[in-house]
Design a protein around this ligand. Sequence first.
Ligand SMILES: Nc1ncnc2c1ncn2[C@@H]1O[C@H](COP(=O)(O)OP(=O)(O)OP(=O)(O)O)[C@@H](O)[C@H]1O
Ligand SMILES: [Mg+2]
Length: 269
Amino acid sequence: MSNSIFEDQKEVFLDIVDAKDYVQLDRVTTIYQSLKDSVQKPLKMILVYGRPGTGKSMMLSKLAKDLSDTQKVLIYHTPILDEGEFLKTLAKDLYNIKVSDELNFTRFMEVAKEYTFDKIPIVLLDEAQLYSSALMEKIRLLADTRDIKFVITLHKTEKEDLIAKEHFQTRIWESVELLNATSSELKIYIQKKLMMSNAFDIANMFDDKSAKHIHNLTHGNYRDTNKLLYVLFDIYSWYENNQPTKINYTSISKKIIEMAGLQTGLIHA
Ligand SMILES: Nc1ncnc2c1ncn2[C@@H]1O[C@H](COP(=O)(O)OP(=O)(O)OP(=O)(O)O)[C@@H](O)[C@H]1O
Ligand SMILES: [Mg+2]
């Protein structure tokens, strides 16, 4: 702990994906619940998509954490792009078998058939937009055997909307879309994060108005909001050390939100 009450809150908003920091937000929780329900259905593939910074990786980590008590769950945050490597890694992590030479797809399918689990093992693949369509096709075939269930996240950009529609949607599966937060969700997100680090007084400084200002700059994107708040607390901490009388402890200053917006490039000077 430092002397500054603001300095300590900076790290609350580091861009880190860790299921233990997961914040429950009404709409996100509803989506998460439907994702969890989907996983229990006899679906083969489930898709989580949304623009960058909408919480896909976070939701996948939360799912991995919650499911791991009751079944075999593997999560790959970084795609394994080489097909041989992908299959070998899966064979090792799922069935505990080490393969020294090439493991081709046909052989992998045979191996997968030999192993039975009480519950179908689940493989979570983050950043699925990075897999080649050839490998994606193999993953789909694997899912079709029902020996392995896949949940994949897809980072959606304007261009990739097309992929989501053509390549993925036709073969689905079930999909859930994550969206940016509304202004009131953003307020709750910020307050809950701060309360999780016991910064109750600072959490109370975020009222509807400041949430709205922040929302104007970040459009409710969680990653941009983290970035903005990191810098905001950096600026607050500077004032605390240098001009403490300037700080209004009742609510977050619009001026400081704007300074943080400029510094993070969310406001173009
Ligand atoms: N429900 C949540 N609870 C707590 N933090 C969250 C939540 N959703 C998002 N975040 C925060 O927002 C940041 C961005 O989320 P995340 O990395 O999951 O986005 P993403 O959709 O995977 O983005 P990308 O497409 O760029 O991979 C995370 O580092 C995390 O701090
Ligand atoms: Mg991600």
